[in-house]
Design a protein around this ligand. Structure first.
Ligand code: HEM
Length: 212
């Protein structure tokens, strides 16, 4: 098995937990208001400021730099989405949740280790390019968003064919010079990344429910 296959197999049960998180179930069933959907967009905003900030710092790194893609950066797209959902004063309305602060702290803590940065980058971006595309189609149906704001976070026009990009990404994972221990360490960090991202979703549902 290649490393990308091992990684996927070793973390797929964590993926199932993330995918099955009630906030996403509620969202996909059309049971959340646009403002409640915006709560997730807001949390993404803080997480991607951290992730893409780490990427910018690592652009010249010989190993981690292979996983730096400015065409994926999400800040501008998320700003358009937040403007569409909450209006021009969105910035005063949003704050990172406890779970997001934990995720951000972990991204920052591990991003001087190439494997740590790659683990968090993989967990987010490979998801956005995969299940995220399904989520985008559902959200467009539910809320009627078009291009230009609302679901731009899930739109990756600059990278061309998504399957081709994902194959290239997996090839880069497979080209990492990893011994067994380092491979396992990355897998552990991906599992943690899934857990921290899932906790963000769990906390969101709690916030949405207690506001209702
Ligand atoms: C409604 C929610 C979700 C659905 C329906 C979904 C669905 C999928 C599907 C079908 C794939 C496989 C695509 C392919 O092989 O090309 C995939 C891959 C992936 N998803 Fe999700 N997903 C969801 C949520 C999430 C979340 C919340 C995360 C992370 C926090 C995530 C992270 C990933 C990753 C990292 C992969 C790539 C696995 C690999 O091929 O190595 N997904 N998702």
């Amino acid at each position: 098995m290649t490393f990308s296959e091992t990684l996927r197999a070793a973390t797929w049960s964590d993926h199932e937990s993330a995918e099955g998180e009630s906030y996403l179930t509620e969202l996909m069933a059309g049971r959340l208001s646009a403002e409640e959907y915006g709560e997730m967009v807001a949390q993404h905003y803080f997480a991607y400021l951290a992730l893409d900030g780490a990427a910018e710092r690592l652009a010249e790194h010989p190993v981690a730099g292979r996983f730096v893609f400015p065409s994926l950066y999400r800040q501008r797209a998320l700003e358009r989405d937040l403007t569409t959902i909450y209006g021009p004063t969105w910035e005063s309305r949003i704050a990172p949740s406890k779970a997001t602060r934990t995720l951000v702290a972990r991204i920052e803590q591990v991003s001087d280790w190439p494997g740590g940065y790659i683990a968090h980058h993989y967990t987010r971006y490979m998801g956005d390019l995969s299940g995220g595309q399904f989520i985008r189609m559902e959200l467009q149906k539910i809320y009627g968003y078009g291009k230009g704001g609302g679901v731009d976070f899930y739109v990756f026009d600059e990278i061309g064919s998504l399957p081709r990009f994902k194959n290239e990404y997996r090839a880069r994972l497979d080209a990492l010079a990893l011994d067994e221990a380092e491979g396992q360490r990355i897998i552990r960090e991906v599992r943690l990344a899934y857990q921290l991202n899932t906790e963000v979703l769990a906390e969101l549902l709690h916030t949405v429910r207690s506001a209702a």
